[in-house]
Design a protein around this ligand. Structure first.
Ligand code: ADP
Length: 535
């Protein structure tokens, strides 16, 4: 039996060591600027939760932005042996209700912003016994919700004289559901052991390379796969955390980067783009920021170039999944690549990177035969390791895991001889033409490089000879009117001839999921009767 690891205790103590003066700072919905230490208040949360009857294995939800109170609640929940369950407010209300019922959440910590959303769904969540609103009494609005308390007054009833529960390291500490782009969302449990290992792995120099001298701004939300682990690794190493609250526009992020002298941040490409736009419009610079991790979706070349060339900020492209805690690969430069300049360097940085210690990966064909690491043969990407899920909550989706614990990510990728992986598609989206695979991501990236194209999606259309052939669906920028021939001529010569789309369709809008990804299933339905001119 593994040794007991009171993880929350260790991390909180680190986060609160007065000698290092590491603090969490946030911008919540009801307070503009606030400094706090995680440790003491997290102890109070645990003490209060225990007094209210919560303990080992109870699922306690959070519906909140990245704030200091949210982190305190997280550590308090873990400290009492319960399981924090971050809910993604960007999902549809029916999905959140389904998820809460599936998890059997007993209590919820909720931000003021999300109170109206909770009011809509709480009645349908039978297990829910208590609502703790992350505010004080003065800011608590009238609400029809039963059993509501204001966090600050609830917390004030505790003195923090509490000993963390000691649990086996394999006990569940946290929970997160996948976004459910295909079918119902699936629950993933993180153990205390996997969270600690993940936090250590990601802090390593060739991974995110975090240190106690860093000031870290996790723009990526805690409900988005644990803020990519930063809510755990920053307290572990004793770095200062700056929590952005609800404002993620370019100007608000810039303000925090500047006033708090942030050295490290992590965000999805869209947020990176908004920040760069703000900088361009205002002529401002980034004198303190040293590194930014971009992931969750493929990082466009333009983002990497601008951050690095115009602002001297290193970009680390990263890939991961909820099922991987979430970090899977990071693109830092190994010695053989470190000296690369210009386009050669950017070409490596377009890749999603290599696995840190502990994570194994391979690419296979449909019959599970392993494919070579030659940087071009692509296949199904599979991973395993101590920070990778071995099952979904409730045993659903078991076909994605095999007997040797390999998890089929549903991504299609190739790996080069140096171990750098590059995603070429999602398995369900890849176009199969004459038995060979065509990467839709590559076609889309190429198409959006055309100056008139706002958004592009490539889908497979049934073809009598080839099985499937690519159709490129395009949304144009306002006022632009290129022809199909213009678009195809722009792409010609930049991909293999047989990858070239057989046709281009212009549309006013491309459907998206609640979390902003292109909804290929709906798009394929819209074009199900489409007849290609080549067939
Ligand atoms: P996330 O919350 O980061 O989106 P999910 O588990 O919801 O995590 O989705 C993971 C999927 O997102 C991956 O399987 C992959 O398809 C996509 N993804 C994540 N990072 C990247 C990246 N850097 N490049 C391309 N796709 C990515």
């Amino acid at each position: 039996m593994a040794a007991a690891v009171p993880q929350a205790d260790r991390q909180c103590r680190e986060a609160a060591r007065p000698t290092r003066d590491r603090v969490a700072l946030d911008r919540g919905a009801d307070r503009a600027h606030h400094i706090c230490r995680i440790h003491h208040r997290a102890l109070k949360v645990a003490e209060r939760l225990e007094r209210d009857g919560y303990g080992l294995g109870d699922r306690i939800a959070t519906l909140a932005w990245n704030t200091a109170r949210h982190i305190e609640a997280w550590y308090g929940i873990m400290g009492v042996g319960a399981i924090y369950h971050t809910l993604n407010p960007r999902l549809f209300p029916e999905q959140i209700t389904w998820i809460m019922n599936n998890a059997g959440d007993k209590a919820i910590f909720v931000d003021l912003t999300f109170l109206p959303l909770l009011e809509k769904i709480a009645g349908a969540v039978k297990s829910l016994k208590q609502v703790i609103v992350l505010t004080d009494k003065a800011h608590l609005p009238e609400t029809a919700l039963p059993k509501v308390v204001a966090y600050e007054e609830w917390l004030a009833e505790a003195d923090g004289n509490f000993a963390w529960k000691t649990v086996d390291e394999n006990t569940a500490a946290g929970m997160c559901y996948t976004s459910g782009t295909t079918g119902d969302p699936k629950g993933v449990l993180y153990s205390h052991r996997s969270n600690v290992l993940h936090a250590m792995i990601e802090a390593m120099p060739d991974a995110m390379g975090l240190s106690s001298r860093d000031t870290i701004l996790p723009v990526v939300p805690m409900f988005h796969a644990n803020a990519w682990g930063l809510a755990q690794s920053a307290p572990m190493i004793g770095a200062k955390l700056v929590m952005p609250g609800c404002k993620m526009d370019g100007a608000s992020i810039y303000e925090l980067l500047d006033t708090e002298k942030v050295t490290f941040s992590a965000a999805v490409p869209t947020v990176g783009m908004m920040l760069l736009q703000h900088l361009e419009e205002t002529g401002k610079k980034l004198p303190y920021l040293q590194k930014v991790v971009i992931g969750g979706a493929s990082c466009p070349r333009a983002i990497t170039t601008k951050f690095q060339d115009d602002y001297d900020v290193q970009v680390v492209h990263a890939w991961g999944m909820t099922e991987m805690s979430p970090v899977g690969t990071l693109c830092t430069l190994k010695p053989d690549y470190a000296g690369l300049k210009g386009d050669a360097r950017l070409a490596v940085q377009q890749k999603q990177g290599f696995t840190p210690f502990g994570i194994e990966m391979k690419v296979t064909d449909d019959d599970d035969n392993e494919l070579p690491w030659d940087g071009k043969t692509f296949g199904r990407l599979k991973v395993r390791g101590p920070t990778v899920a071995r099952a979904y909550y409730g045993g659903i989706g078991s076909e994605q895991f095999d007997e040797q614990s390999w998890f089929d990510t549903g991504d299609i990728a190739h790996i080069d001889p140096g171990g750098y992986m590059q995603i070429t598609d999602r398995a369900k989206d890849v176009i199969k033409s004459g038995g060979e695979w065509i990467s839709t991501i590559e076609l889309e990236n190429l198409a959006v490089g055309h100056p008139d194209v706002a958004e592009a999606a490539a889908i497979g259309i049934p073809h009598s000879k080839w099985g499937e052939r690519p159709l490129l669906v395009i949304v144009l920028k306002p006022g632009r009117e290129p022809t199909k021939t213009h678009i195809l001529a722009f792409m010609d010569g930049k991909v293999a001839k047989w990858w070239m789309p057989d046709d281009v369709a212009f549309v006013g809008e491309i459907p998206h999921t609640a979390t902003g990804n292109i909804q290929k299933i709906t798009l394929r339905q819209q074009f199900r009767d489409y007849h290609l001119p080549t067939d």
